[in-house]
Every structure is written in C-alpha cells, then in structure tokens.
Design a protein around this ligand. Structure first.
Ligand code: GDP
Ligand code: MG
Length: 136
C-alpha cells in the first residue's frame, strides 16, 4: 500500500544548503523520490498552496517568504509516506514543537523558517501534488 506526498525544501533550506540533508533523510527512511524539481514559486502557486491560511496574520509574510527564492519540490512515495515525512520534518515550530532528531528540530529556530513542507493528509497530498506536478 504505497502513498504519495508533496515535500518542499523551502527557500531557507535551499539557501542554507540543506537540500542534500533533507533528501538523505527521506532516502534513509526508505521513501522513494518519484519527481524532483528546483522551482521559483510565483504568487499564484504560493497562494493556492497555502490557501487554508488565507486571512491569518502571517499569511502575507508566508507568501513573501515562499516566493522569495527557489524551492525544491519533490513527490515522495512509500508506505504511509504522508505521516512518515511529517515525522521526519517534526512539528511546525522548530523549537517549541519539533523534537531533536527531526529536520526542523535539528536545523530550525523560527516558526516561519522551518525549512520543509510536507502534505498533512491524503486530501492535501492529492491537491498539492496536482498543483506542483500537474503532469505526474
Ligand atoms: P505545517 O503544516 O507544519 O507546515 O504548518 P501550517 O500548515 O500550520 O503552517 C504553514 C507554514 O506557515 C508553516 O510551515 C510555517 O512556515 C508558517 N507558519 C505557521 N504558523 C506561523 C506563525 O504563527 N507565524 C509565522 N510567521 N509563520 C507561521
Ligand atoms: Mg500545513
């Protein structure tokens, strides 16, 4: 029973040279890369991707951040891939929520600059993969 999820290395992770580290952790876990792309995110894609957060106080800042530099987008596959990657990523706040040993827990300090994105449910994964990889 294989599942697919969308993983992003956000602009802070790319800028800090953590792409290899994130991909290593994905591969070491046993998950497979189905697609991988370096991409500049335009405002339209950013707003669609983060539509659930529209109206929140950090929305504008989040859109500026995610469009501020290239991201790595990946389609990652494996058994329970969605929760498996969420576990690798750690909680949203790198200090308050992400455990040491997770990507955010090991490399992050601030909630916005938390390095990676992973789809949070099957519905989100389907929606996000269609947005980022329409030809997959
Ligand atoms: P995720 O699913 O763990 O990525 O977290 P959410 O879906 O709740 O939030 C999406 C992204 O918005 C997070 O990964 C952060 O980059 C950012 N974010 C979430 N909460 C806050 C906040 O309170 N302030 C700021 N500035 N950014 C936030
Ligand atoms: Mg989320």
């Amino acid at each position: 029973m294989s599942e697919r999820t969308l993983v992003l290395v956000k602009p802070d992770g790319v800028e800090r040279g953590l792409v290899g580290e994130v991909i290593s952790r994905i591969e070491n876990k046993g998950l497979k890369l189905v697609a991988l792309e370096l991409k500049n995110v335009d405002r339209e894609l950013a707003e669609q991707h983060y539509a659930e957060h529209d109206g929140k106080p950090f929305f504008e800042s989040l859109i500026e951040f995610i469009t501020g530099g290239p991201v790595i987008a990946a389609c990652v596959e494996g058994p329970k891939a969605i929760s498996a990657f969420r576990q690798l990523a750690g909680g949203t706040d790198p200090v308050e929520k992400a455990a040491p040993g997770s990507i955010r827990g090991d490399y992050g300090l601030e909630v916005q600059y938390n390095l990676v994105h992973g789809s949070d449910s099957e519905e989100s994964a389907t929606r996000e993969l269609k947005l980022w990889f329409p030809n997959l």
